[in-house]
Design a protein around this ligand. Sequence first.
Ligand SMILES: O=C(CO)COP(=O)(O)O
Length: 251
Amino acid sequence: MRTPIIAGNWKMNQNPEETTAFVNAVKDQLPASDKVEAVIAAPAVDLSALLASAKGSNLKTAAENAYFEDNGAFTGETSPKVLKEMGIDYTIVGHSERRQYFHETDEDVNKKAKALFNNGITPIICCGETLEQREAGETNNWVSGQVKAALAGLSADQVSSLVIAYEPIWAIGTGKTASSDQAQEVCQVIRETVKDLYNEQTAENVRIQYGGSVKPANVKELMAKPDIDGGLVGGASLDPESFLALVNYQD
Ligand SMILES: O=C(CO)COP(=O)(O)O
């Protein structure tokens, strides 16, 4: 059985004080982590505050990015080794904003996933198509190709434990959610891609999130789909009440 995983991606929002206030507001009302894993991915500058305030609670922690080297002359980058030393559980890689604005390639995404595993951090690997690609009927091939490239060289055990987030770019921050059927179709393609690359069991184990205008009003319908195991949530994760409604969607 796959444990659902609802992760907030704060993007470049919140400061350390706001982070602490948010965690204090939610930490006693989170589901048991074997029921639904609740995760916050915060900017690097907020991670110390996130970890300190989340300590002893059911909230899991994530970084929004990391570099693929552990240390060295890489000004401005974040070390996956240090993220692990700090106690971070997950790290998002290959978000479409990083691909678009910071020119992250499939190869970078693959190297980052490997570097995270080498340090004992679980990657949340993002994929998704543009509106033009969807309209041209290229979605399934494109997303499948991104997944193949991201997973190259990873073991079946590693892929069993990681998270893939399907985020159609046209649905991010636009208020336009993919319909639950559209989201399910692509999440199923992702699971089939993992099955073709590895085996049935690995495909059964890997958790797949949908992201793109997920909110309390649509989370239940999305989570009812057989191949959707979670959500990666931007805007609706910034408010404590909304985040609690999302992670407690089963109640
Ligand atoms: O990019 C996203 C999460 O990573 C989705 O953002 P929104 O939920 O704001 O559409």
